[in-house]
Design a binder for this molecule. Structure first.
Ligand code: NAG
Ligand code: NAG
Ligand code: NAG
Ligand code: NAG
Ligand code: NAG
Ligand code: NAG
Length: 507
């Protein structure tokens, strides 16, 4: 009994002593270096434990989308060179381009006419059919169980103190990022980001998104206090553009592009360090102090063909860029060799790039493939013709659906052409209806994700849904029933379009 009491006394005394010593130590530190310095030191200690997790996604496939996989592969090289850990970078891309029969440089990818092979050493975690929106969200949210037996099975395993960098490159449309076989909708992304935020899956998150209308994924949606900052290649109603293209502009069959302007610009900006645009002594300081917003402003100025846009939590913009994409360790430490245009031609960036590529043998070879010329020409001709056929079919089908719905709309007033304009904003509550409409067309008419042209037209279904929600002429249920009937009718085996629809088997 007495023994026990003594034991407790000892424990209490020891703990008190430790506490007193700790307090003296902290007080001494504060007196010595000042309170604000002390806080900085503590934060530094915390930050040194902070890790960066990255997911890189190319959302398209096929030789004609060469540029997206080249952008992503190049980003991978940059991040490695910037000191990020391979086991913290997850790559999702179909990876069909490097080994495409049309590639005159088998197994290699180039992101600029004079650059090196960016496919070298690239580790792809999820390729082929595994590139889809579900898997993307599972990897992002760290859902290891869902990814069991798929690809490498690796997911982002970030802790509350860690940062996440997301880079998506591909096609997009109003409120949509396209994957080879499905779409990711803005509301799904919002729900995912929200739940990650609420459950403390990260400290801060930075997204770089290159796609047409990429701004529409975040505009009016991404909260300003979410700890998430998104930079998009283009605004909500704007295309993003490819560069380093070769071939005849009027001849679709020969065009091939090595990169996209926004991606190439932010990535080459990192390359510039390696080729000594900065004096060695400045490099460390430059990357030590450079913030996300510094980078954003720099890239926004250089990108000429679209408006690079910022969304979400601008506090993230004050963070060091290096806490998301790492920083180059030195100027001359790499065998990676890219040419530089930006230092000498700040205001003639695009011109200079265009000039460079016209002179590029590499691009010439890529577009006028010397290996199996015959096979290639036939395939290209076929592709171009199929494309024209599909555009025509989709235009007719979409029009028929629109007309069919409006015909049955009680008291519809307005101009059909209004519905064809790009939406001004994309309220989240419209998305369930939008998704239902597109799913129905997908199941009964043709695959939307496989036909890129659809991305230029599907916003009419968003507009239809907005009209229904805003109007009191129709309930959602009445509209759904009608839309269902009209689509089944237009795309049925005995509709006037049945012959056209048979041809959609080509995709
Ligand atoms: C998602 O949208 C809702 C509604 O606009 C908003 O309250 C929420 O903060 C958004 N989530 C994020 C992560 O921005
Ligand atoms: C497109 O380019 C290919 C190959 O260069 C050529 O054979 C074809 O005639 C061109 N088509 C048109 C319409 O110019
Ligand atoms: C940009 O290019 C044009 C045409 O090549 C040239 O006339 C002009 O001086 C250039 N501007 C700058 C700022 O270099
Ligand atoms: C292309 O086809 C023609 C005629 O069929 C043939 O003579 C030629 O050798 C082929 N070229 C190549 C590169 O296969
Ligand atoms: C297709 O034709 C059959 C018989 O000719 C008819 O009963 C059916 O209603 C038609 N379906 C549609 C969607 O028009
Ligand atoms: C080899 C080659 O094609 N050189 C061309 C490079 O570009 C300049 C200007 O665009 C041309 O004058 C050269 O003939």
């Amino acid at each position: 009994m007495l023994n026990n009491k003594l034991k407790y006394l000892w424990i209490i005394l020891t703990l008190s002593l430790i506490l007193v010593l700790l307090t003296i130590f902290i007080a001494a530190m504060i007196i010595k270096i000042g309170p604000s310095n002390f806080i900085d030191k503590c934060l530094e200690l915390l930050e040194s434990k902070r890790e960066t997790w990255v997911i890189l996604v190319a959302g398209s496939k096929g030789w004609y989308n060469y540029r997206h996989q080249a952008d992503v592969a190049h980003a991978y090289q940059i991040l490695l060179n910037n000191g990020l850990r391979t086991d913290h970078i997850i790559v999702m891309m179909t990876d069909d381009v490097a080994y495409d029969i049309e590639n005159p440089f088998p197994g290699q990818l180039f992101n600029s006419p004079t650059g090196s092979n960016v496919h070298q050493g690239l580790r792809v975690d999820y390729n082929g059919e595994d590139v889809n929106s579900d898997n993307f969200l599972h990897v992002l949210t760290g859902n290891k169980i869902a990814m069991q037996n798929i690809g490498s099975g690796r997911v982002i395993e970030s802790k509350e103190r860690d940062n996440i960098f997301v880079n998506f490159v591909g096609h997009g449309s109003s409120g949509i990022l396209a994957f080879p076989k499905d779409y990711l909708y803005a509301d799904e992304l919002n729900i995912t980001l929200n739940s990650m935020y609420k459950s403390g899956k990260f400290h801060r998150m930075l997204l770089y998104v290159e796609a047409c209308k990429a701004g529409s994924l975040f505009d009016g949606i991404l909260s300003e206090s979410s700890n998430i900052f998104a930079v998009t290649a283009a605004g909500p109603r704007e295309s993003s553009w490819s560069i380093y293209c070769s071939g005849d502009d009027d001849n679709e069959t020969s065009i091939i592009c090595l990169g996209d302007e926004f991606s190439v610009t932010w990535i080459e900006d990192q390359d510039n360090v390696k080729i000594g645009v900065f004096y060695p002594g400045q490099v460390n300081e430059f990357f030590e102090t450079r913030t996300v917003l510094n980078h954003f402003n720099h890239v926004r100025n250089l990108v000429k063909l679209s408006n690079v846009m910022p969304y979400g939590d601008f506090n993230v913009g004050q963070d060091k860029l290096s806490s998301y994409i790492g920083k180059p360790s030195g100027v001359f430490s790499t065998n990676f060799n890219h040419y530089n245009t930006q230092s000498s031609t700040k205001n003639n960036n695009t011109n200079e790039k265009e000039k460079n590529l016209k002179n590029s043998t590499k691009l010439y070879q890529l577009s006028k493939n010397r290996i199996g010329v015959n096979n290639t020409m036939n395939k290209r001709k076929q592709y171009s013709e199929n494309n024209k056929i599909m555009k025509n079919i989709m235009d007719q089908i979409f029009d028929a659906i629109l007309q069919g719905v409006i015909k049955r709309w009680p008291g519809f007033i307005g101009n059909i052409n209004e519905l064809k304009k790009l939406p001004r904003n994309l309220p989240l509550n419209v998305f369930p209806c939008y998704r239902r409409n597109l799913d129905l067309i997908n199941e009964n008419c043709f695959s939307l994700p496989k036909n890129l042209y659809a991305l230029n037209a599907i916003h009419i279904f968003f507009n239809l849904c907005t009209r229904v929600i805003d109007s009191n002429e129709w309930t959602q249920v009445q509209f759904d029933v009608t839309f269902n009937e009209v689509v089944l009718n237009v795309c049925s085996k005995n509709s006037t379009f049945s012959n056209l629809l048979k041809m959609t088997n080509i995709y």
